[in-house]
Ligand binder design. Structure first.
Ligand code: ADP
Length: 630
């Protein structure tokens, strides 16, 4: 079929541009979109919003997937509100603790960590009592705190420190957006003085007292290796267990009933302030419901995490990026390989899997930042999905337009072929029905032959124009005389002009040879001549003449017909356009002929000029380059 779509502006350039666009395969476009969206998504996940989202989801996972059960090795010797109230508050704390620790030491705990800053001298008698209690305490670990300016440490005074098997810092790492304490720093350095976390010191002491080993990637104490990077400040996620599972013995209880200390026998005891009044030493944890957790319990929980090896490790950032890129590419592949509901279902399944992944990883002790996967996945899904949607819509529109064009073309072809077919049908009927004289029979036979040839030529022409338009065909060039071409057209058009009583005159033509596709040029000239006859009233003249100008041939067909306004002339090469007067004239037409003529002439490197005036007539001039003039 003929490609009836209008020729893009700029002709060949348009066709070329069309080809360039088609050369980028859908899969490549989708892959680029998927990767770009994934990268943007990863960048977004690093914003404060992404961080908050990650934290919230982490806490949710935390509550959904509680730490392993079993009895806890850590226990708390609590300086609670009642203890403070009844032992003289902070001032009487050392004395009370000293007495309680004496009793705890007697029941042989595995170790005792004291989460109190004992950096200053107190009452001599109280300090002496506390030092004496420390001397009897097995596996004593004391606390140190970093000075506010980070220049050094507030260490316990010498008389206490002398009895300590270790000194550890009691810092925490509350979250940057919500102050929830999910991690503790295993190492802190003030100046050049490095201290390990108190909980780690306790682990070291409990597990034989060897040194803490460290590499840039991990820390090892007492046979437990904790993966924690030096360049990230050596954080460790605390796998908090239900606070209700922790044995908590108030100092006051031990003071009143020495037998109460028995609950701490064999335990790793963390002694410290749990009083509500000591707000500064309390932090919220992922398990907190309205109630914050005392610092001493956070250290006890951190020790428990290490002792049980129940770690939650962050996946390296590179994994997150690779995963995001993988998801982006997978979504691109889905939309590139599948269509319709299959593509959308596969994309939805992939998104679902992506949403479950961080939780699945969490249950296996790996923390994947959810925002770093969700944001890339959604963005890639949206980008690839929208692209696919719009491409499909565009294709649908294109195919609808193509169908409409083919229908119009079909009607046109059917109509154009009707004329020769009618002639063939009529003549053959005459021959078969009536006994005609031999001469008449021969004439009708010749007519059938000529019209069949014309039909065949018409089909060839349509097919050729289609191929030319699609850029699939070279012109079948040959050299021929202009005069021959014009004569053929005039002879074929003469019956039409005679029927309308129009004089069809051909002036003396210059002797030139043309180099081009004879069939197509014949079609073009014949079209101009028949148009001139169709759109002229009886008793007028259609004149064909030609001249050569600077090596080019200018062949004109002039009529004295209905003519056209300047505005109408601008549109006559557009497919299916017909002037009002042409429609009113009663002449059948489709408005396609001139657009084909235009294509044929421009494929020959020529052009068409039109001069016309309403009711006066028109003159169509075809200019073809490079002719041989004899
Ligand atoms: P068709 O003749 O089948 O309608 P064409 O593409 O050959 O289609 O011509 C397009 C329109 O240009 C015609 O419908 C007519 O309005 C106008 N036209 C073409 N040739 C002439 C002419 N010689 N005189 C006046 N109008 C013309």
């Amino acid at each position: 079929m003929v490609e009836w779509g209008s020729r893009p502006a700029g002709g060949r350039r348009g066709i070329l541009m069309g080809r360039v666009v088609r050369r980028i395969p859908n899969g490549v476009v989708l892959a680029c979109l998927g990767v770009a969206a994934a990268v943007v998504g990863v960048a977004l996940s690093y914003t404060a919003l992404g961080g908050q989202f990650d934290n919230n989801l982490y806490d949710w996972f935390f509550r959904l997937s509680p730490a392993r059960g079993g009895p806890m090795q850590a226990a708390v010797l609590a300086i609670d509100d009642r203890t403070l109230l009844e032992t003289g508050g902070v001032r009487g704390m050392r004395r009370a603790l000293a007495l309680a620790l004496e009793r705890v030491a007697a029941v042989k705990p595995a170790a005792v960590a004291v989460d109190l800053t004992l950096a200053d001298e107190g009452d001599e008698a109280e300090d002496a009592a506390l030092a004496a209690a420390f001397a009897k305490t097995p596996g004593l670990v004391l606390a140190c705190e970093m000075l506010a300016d980070g220049s050094g440490w507030q260490d316990p005074i010498g008389r206490f420190r002398a009895h300590a098997a270790g000194v550890g810092h009691v810092g925490a790492l509350p979250g940057p957006y919500d102050e929830i304490n999910r991690r503790i720093p295993l190492e802190r350095v003030a100046g050049k003085d490095r201290r390990w976390a108190m909980s780690l010191e306790v682990l070291r002491v409990v597990r034989g007292g060897g040194a803490v080993d460290s590499s840039p990637f991990d820390v090892a104490a007492g046979g437990v290796v904790i993966r924690s990077r030096w360049d990230e400040g050596r954080p460790m996620r605390v796998r908090y267990r239900d606070p209700a599972a922790m044995i908590r013995v108030p100092v006051l209880e031990v003071l009143r009933d020495p037998a109460a200390a028995a609950k701490l026998s064999g335990k790793v005891v963390f002694a410290g302030v749990t009083a509500q009044s000591a707000m500064s030493d309390r932090l919220f944890t992922p398990l907190s419901v309205g109630m914050s957790m005392p610092g001493v319990e956070i250290h006890a929980q951190a020790f428990e995490t290490m002792a049980r090896g129940d770690f939650l490790e962050d996946a390296p950032p590179a994994y997150g990026l690779l995963l995001a890129l993988g998801v982006g590419l997978a979504l691109a592949a889905v939309f590139s390989l599948l269509d319709g509901w299959q593509a959308w279902s596969a994309a939805a399944a992939l998104l679902l899997a992506v949403h479950v992944l961080p939780y699945a990883a969490f249950t296996r002790g790996v923390v994947l930042a959810p925002a770093g996967i969700y944001a890339p996945a959604w963005l890639a899904g949206l980008a690839c999905g929208s692209w696919k949607y719009f491409v499909v819509r565009r294709r649908l529109r294109e195919s609808e337009a193509a169908t409409a064009r083919y229908q119009q073309a079909f009607h046109f072809v059917a109509h154009e072929m009707r004329t020769p077919l009618t002639a063939i049908q009529g003549s053959s009927e005459l021959i078969t029905r009536y006994k005609l004289p031999e001469e008449k029979q021969k004439e009708l036979g010749r007519m059938i032959n000529a019209e069949s040839k014309r039909l065949a030529r018409m089909i060839t022409t349509f097919l050729d124009v289609e191929k030319l338009t699609a850029g699939q065909m070279e012109l079948r060039r040959s050299q021929f005389e202009l005069r021959e071409l014009v004569d053929t057209c005039v002879e074929r058009a003469r019956p039409l002009s005679e029927r309308k009583n129009i004089a069809l005159n051909c002036c003396e033509l210059p002797a030139v040879s043309l180099d081009g596709d004879r069939e197509l040029l014949e079609y073009a000239v014949y079209n101009l001549v028949t148009n001139a006859i169709k759109y002229s009233p009886a008793g007028t003249e259609v004149r064909i003449f030609a001249e050569t100008r600077r090596g080019a041939l200018r062949l004109s067909v002039r009529d004295q017909g209905i003519g056209m306004s300047a505005d109408e002339v601008k549109s006559i090469f557009t497919k299916f356009y017909r002037t009002k007067k042409a429609i009113a004239s009663g002449e059948t037409g489709t408005g396609i002929g001139l657009s084909i003529v235009d294509q044929i002439v421009s494929h020959h490197g020529g052009r068409i000029d039109v001069e016309s005036e309403p009711d006066k007539g028109s003159c169509f001039t075809v200019e073809l380059p490079a002719v041989t003039i004899h």
